[in-house]
Write a protein that binds this ligand. Structure first.
Ligand code: AGP
Length: 615
């Protein structure tokens, strides 16, 4: 899940590329590098570790030149080290490439190239691409960079995003996208052009963007850009204007992007609802789904596919679709779905939930859906992403750029998008009376204020985090629609504080996990006033009877629970279907404050990346 930024224009390339990479550092960050062409020579700077190390190197030895490419790496083959950092050069130093993805046949290519006398300088799979481009440029492509890249790409197995430059044609960048190894976006500036794996890298410079589809390439120079397929045939492209503003992608006065994104949720959910809820008519309006009533009534099943936090969002959505639209729902991990030969057909809608829109496991599940002729829907945050472009109908989360690796505002936005979609289906299928729809809409109208009240628990949660930060293992318990929130709360804590945490359906405790409980085990219990409250209280009592430490999320006014739990975080009275959105807020804050207390790298937790574009 590497970050790629390229530039060609009248300005100095290096500062623009480095600033762009800084905005992509969340995508993968164990080393970074940049190559710039100046006076018909490729100049390279690379370093291991954070981007600031590379920035320091450039301050010592600046690079001049108006065309270049940079890369932040999330290592797959070859340890994080300077010699394994991208960009990678051909042996003669005339070609340079950066790469996102995995060259699945790199060993045989490496042996073939070594047999022809190529000496490798790295242990990476990506380096083979630089040497293949050079070889094709010399044999058959007659020095034409685009042709050499095209021929080299044809030898690669796997999914790839590649950007290449050459001193033979020092005025152009060539970019290629094959499969789902992360996006390739061409930014159209004023007499200057950019290429990036993710659009936050270029939002400071332009919001006009063309996205490459699978098996497409772009030839970019000072004079403009051309997009073709892999046989070099020009293809029609649409220029998207990205609504995100650069300020929105900046941290502002917050200590971390994650903190900013947690606190943005009142506003971001307002944006998620905007234009989709006709409050007066009590109607939901989702034209972007391209769905008519007849098709909606023919729907027999929804198969939700997603990964990580987005998968937990899908577990909440299952309650909405089954309860409101009376459609059977299965929820699968993207990485599992296509291997179980799922029973789906034209009466199935496969719904992908993905913040980045580029998660390769989720995209692969959609390919399986397409193969079995299911309708494809997606709920995405990244405008123009692959999951958005290949869907028959796509709902955007409208949460704005989510930079923190730990997903927060995109999670709540995707839950609300599913609520809206379930109500829309109920409208089309006639499974809800208009008055019921009106009540759900009235509930949704209260959500931003309820989230604002939940955010006011920040002080209490921060104090609680200081108490809990020294524990090593946690259990998160929930029931019904709040069970997925127990899973999400556990994931949030483990992925940014590196503490072990497990989410469990509370009813399962007596079937094993309660053996774990003792005075060293904090148990976070979501015990809001709902139909399962009494059962949650009984679980809390079982934990207390074994000297466990109980942290309860409770409904304001519930004084009884304070007699049973060690710590209580009170939340406003919330309609049961919206409880997941409100209950997740203090759990996001808990994970955040524990991680900060432990000095963890909140926005760029170790071993993780924001967009997982490798299998
Ligand atoms: C969430 O906090 C994690 N960063 C991760 O589980 C993430 O949700 C998962 O990789 C899916 O990403 P997507 O929504 O972009 O597909």
């Amino acid at each position: 899940m590497c970050g790629i930024v390229g530039y060609v224009g009248a300005r100095e390339a290096a500062p623009l590329i480095i600033d762009g990479l800084q905005r992509l550092e969340y995508r993968g960050y164990d080393s970074a590098g940049i190559a710039v062409i100046h006076n018909a020579q490729i100049h390279l700077r690379r370093d291991v570790g954070k981007l600031n190390n590379l920035r320091a190197k450039l301050e010592q030895a600046p690079l001049q030149g108006n065309i270049g490419v940079g890369h932040t790496r999330w290592a797959t083959h070859g340890i994080p080290a300077e010699h394994n950092a991208h960009p990678h050069l051909s042996m003669d130093g005339r070609f340079v490439i950066v790469h996102n993805g995995i060259v699945e046949n790199f060993r045989e290519l490496r042996e073939e190239l070594q047999a022809e006398g190529v000496q490798f300088r790295s242990e990476t799979d990506s380096e083979v691409i630089a040497h293949l481009v050079a070889a094709h440029a010399a044999n058959g492509a007659h020095g034409d960079l685009a042709e050499a890249v095209r021929r080299a790409a044809a030898r690669l197995k796997g999914a790839h995003a590649i950007v290449a430059l050459s001193t033979d044609q020092p005025d152009r960048l060539v970019a290629v996208r094959i499969g789902n190894a992360g996006g390739v976006a061409v930014g159209i500036g004023d007499g200057e052009y950019f290429v990036a794996s993710d659009i936050p890298a270029i939002l400071d410079y332009t919001r006009r963007v063309v996205f490459l589809d699978d098996r497409q390439m772009a030839l970019i120079s000072n004079d403009g850009y051309e997009v073709t397929d892999l046989s070099r045939k020009p293809v029609p492209v649409s220029v998207h204007t990205i609504p995100w503003d650069p300020i929105g992608a900046a941290r502002g006065e917050y200590a971390h992007f994650m903190q900013k994104e947690i606190f943005e949720q009142g506003r971001s959910l307002t944006d998620t609802l905007r234009g989709r809820v006709m409050f007066e008519q009590a109607e939901i309006c989702l034209p972007e789904l391209n769905l008519d009533a007849a098709t909606a009534r023919r729907l027999r099943r929804i198969a939700i596919v997603a990964c990580g936090t987005s998968y937990f969002s899908g577990l909440v959505g299952k309650f909405y679709f089954e309860k409101l639209a009376r459609v059977q729902v299965d929820v699968d991990y993207g990485s599992e779905f296509r291997y179980r030969d799922p029973i789906i057909d034209e009466t199935t809608a496969v719904l992908a939930i993905t913040q980045s829109g580029e998660t390769v496991d989720t995209l692969a599940a959609l390919e399986e859906a397409r193969r079995k002729r299911a309708t494809i829907w997606s709920i995405v945050n990244a405008v123009g992403s692959q999951a958005m472009r290949i869907a028959d109908g796509a709902l955007t989360m409208n949460a704005g750029p989510e930079i923190g690796v730990a997903s927060t505002k995109a999670f709540t936005a995707s839950v609300v998008d599913q609520y809206l979609l379930a109500l829309y289906l109920a409208q089309l299928r006639g499974t809800l009376a208009p008055n019921d729809i009106r009540q759900h809409i009235a509930d949704l109208a209260r959500l931003p204020a309820l989230v604002g009240q939940a955010l006011e628990t920040d002080g209490a949660v921060r104090q609680l985090a200081e108490v809990l930060a020294s524990y090593k293992n946690f259990l998160f318990l929930g029931r019904g629609i709040n069970y997925p929130i127990a899973l999400e709360g556990a994931l949030k804590l483990k992925e940014i504080s590196y503490l072990h945490a497990e989410g469990y359906p509370a009813g399962e405790m007596k079937h094993g996990p309660i053996a774990l409980v003792d005075e060293t085990m904090p148990v976070v219990a979501i015990a809001l006033k709902d139909a399962l409250y009494d059962k949650m209280i009984s679980q809390i009592e079982q934990v207390k009877a074994r000297r466990g430490i109980v942290v309860a999320l409770a409904t304001e006014g519930d004084t009884a629970i304070a007699q049973k739990a060690d710590h209580v975080i009170y939340l406003p009275e919330t309609p049961p279907l919206l409880a997941p959105v409100v209950a997740v807020i203090p759990l996001q804050l808990l994970a955040y404050h524990v991680a900060v207390h432990r000095g963890a790298d909140v926005d760029q937790p170790r071993n993780l990346a924001k967009s997982v574009t490798v299998e």
